[in-house]
Design a protein around this ligand. Structure first.
Ligand SMILES: [Zn+2]
Length: 258
């Protein structure tokens, strides 16, 4: 795999990127070079090309921002991700095999380098239709992650919590979850008909945005019941994939302080 150096001069970059995921994009342009993208993004008033890599239709790889530079490709994720853009407009076009194979190789290289096991399409983590309905997102993700991560998981943490009014509650933390999980519901073991919802793309205000280390403080359960001090509660969680299928479950015992 050959990575072509690009001769781009950036304005002020911030070198605090801590890559924990890869976000895939398309250029929404049938033909473009790394220089074209650099110019477009400078024209946006950005520091320059917002992606870390461009993969062209001929399978060539071009360097954008340095990997340790904070990107400008997906709002809210730029501090801890690498952005890979594919030349092409994949709402309509079909990706050439050589381009797809190169994106898989580049993702594998970056996943190994940084211990990454999450690959997202832009639309899964931001308000966008990028990288387009024809972009082979699942195929690429599966090819890269299949030999790394086959089992779905949710890792929990948290503790009992008493707020400044003395109201007892639970602080539930979703430390980590596998890349296929897009939605998580949590509830107290014995409660029926009441849950706390987390989602990658929250559909309404009842949902908390699902990110690694998402923390949610819960004071009310079942719509009206409160927690009792000094008591243990079993919190159960279920993780759903984008098709609404339960792919992982976990539970944690948390004690409310006296
Ligand atoms: Zn995008």
């Amino acid at each position: 795999m050959k990575i072509n150096k690009s001769n781009l001069s950036f304005k002020n970059l911030s070198y605090s990127n801590n890559p924990q995921s890869i976000v895939l994009h398309h250029a929404e342009a049938s033909k473009c070079s790394i220089e074209d993208i650099h110019k477009w993004h400078l024209d946006n008033g950005w520091a320059g090309c917002g992606y870390h890599y461009l993969v062209r239709k001929d399978g060539s790889i071009w360097r954008g921002r340095p990997e340790n530079a904070v990107g400008s490709h997906v709002s809210g994720f730029n501090q801890n991700s690498l952005g890979i853009c594919a030349e092409g407009s994949y709402m309509k076009e079909t990706m050439p095999e050589v381009q797809k194979k190169t994106i898989i190789d580049l993702c594998k290289y970056l996943c190994n380098k940084y211990g990454i096991n999450k690959i997202y399409g832009h639309r899964e983590v931001g308000a966008s239709n990028c990288p387009g309905v024809n972009y082979p997102l699942e195929e690429i993700r599966k090819a890269v992650l299949s030999d790394k991560e086959t089992k779905s998981y949710i890792k929990l943490d948290g503790g009992g919590y008493v707020n400044y009014n003395g109201a007892p509650g639970i602080n539930l933390i979703i430390r980590d979850y596998s890349a296929d999980i897009t939605r998580v519901f949590a509830w107290v073991d014995s409660d029926k008909g009441s849950s706390w919802a987390f989602d990658i793309n929250p559909p309404n205000g009842n949902y908390t945005k699902l990110l690694k280390n998402t923390s949610k403080i819960i004071n009310i359960r079942n719509g009206r019941d409160t927690f009792s001090k000094g008591t243990y509660y079993k919190i159960k969680v279920k993780g759903y994939n984008k098709d609404g299928k339960i792919v992982a479950e976990n539970e944690i015992m948390l004690r409310i302080p006296n």
